[in-house]
Design a protein around this ligand. Structure first.
Ligand SMILES: C[S@@+](CC[C@H](N)C(=O)[O-])C[C@H]1O[C@@H](n2cnc3c(N)ncnc32)[C@H](O)[C@@H]1O
Length: 267
């Protein structure tokens, strides 16, 4: 699944043999996920990945402010703030935000705890962004549309909303099959489960830990570029740019992810 074009982070906490759906009000990114988030997403913390993302976003922010939806442990917010862009974040997870706070410069990032589909913060922003497939953490179309409307409400005229997300990997799904394995080894199996009727999907893991099986699952809603454009249109935004990645590689029919920028009209 292209949501894995770059590794996804944030599996559910799981008890042996059973899936624990959520960790209380922190959602799927509770204490146990937050504790190892940076290590488990290490490839996304590589300087080339972070620098390209920050460079792109800083260019859009200009002299304005940036709003990160799903700020997490500050992978992007912290280096963006170090570039001189004032950053505010929204996140559901106190545990993730505690990690951000504990890092150098963490106290410079304003954070509001809440659902980024609906939570409002003060002031206007020149850029709002939602990276690392996090739009797919909203598991209904309604919530994804609300997220676009919420982003738009925070933008100043001419401001931009940026999403980084994988292209749904349905070309790997043969007719009659709803499972795509993505990892097979003697101690770990990973597979994505698709419902093409609803665009619900989940990433599932079975691991052998201390000789016993452990099952983990996290739900997503996959979403196509054209559907995102329609959500943007509903929110009063228009597509400005779409790239294969942060260094502005062309987006093509072979792209497995995209970085899209929608603009709030000035008029
Ligand atoms: C994959 S992590 C990405 C974190 C960070 N943006 C990064 O790039 O490393 C997703 C983050 O979004 C948060 N999140 C997921 N759904 C959310 C929602 N509906 N409202 C607010 N935060 C949410 C999670 O708590 C988590 O911190």
């Amino acid at each position: 699944m292209p949501l894995r074009a770059r590794k996804r982070a944030g599996p559910t906490e799981v008890f042996r043999g059973t899936v624990r759906a959520m960790e209380d009000e922190d959602g799927y990114f509770g204490e146990s996920v937050a504790a190892t988030y940076d290590e488990s997403a290490a490839d996304m913390f590589q300087p080339d990945v972070v620098d390209a993302t920050v460079e792109f976003l800083a260019g859009l922010a200009g002299s304005g402010r940036a709003l990160e939806l799903g700020v997490g442990t500050g992978r992007i917010a912290l280096p963006l703030a170090r570039r001189g862009v004032p950053v505010h974040g929204i996140d559901l997870s106190q545990a993730m935000v505690a990690r951000l706070r504990a890092k150098p410069g963490g106290d410079a990032i304003g954070v509001t705890i809440g659902d980024f589909a609906t939570t409002r913060v003060d002031g206007k922003f020149s850029v709002a962004y939602l990276v690392f497939n996090t739009i797919a953490n909203l598991t209904t179309q309604e919530a994804q549309v609300a997220c676009f409307r919420n982003a738009e409400a925070h933008l100043e005229p001419g401001g931009c909303f940026v999403i980084e997300v994988g292209i749904p990997d349905l070309r790997r799904l043969p007719p009659g099959q709803n499972v795509v394995p993505f990892h097979v080894s003697s101690t770990r199996w990973g597979f994505d489960l698709y419902d093409v009727a609803t665009q619900a999907m989940s990433s599932n893991y079975v691991e052998v830990v201390d000789g016993r099986g452990r099952y983990t699952s996290i739900p997503f809603r996959y979403v196509w570029p054209a559907e995102l454009d329609l959500m943007a249109q509903l929110a009063g935004l228009r597509l400005r740019e779409r790239w294969d990645g942060w260094t502005r590689e062309p987006f093509t029919s072979e792209s497995r992810q995209h970085v899209s920028v929608w603009e709030k009209p000035t008029g």
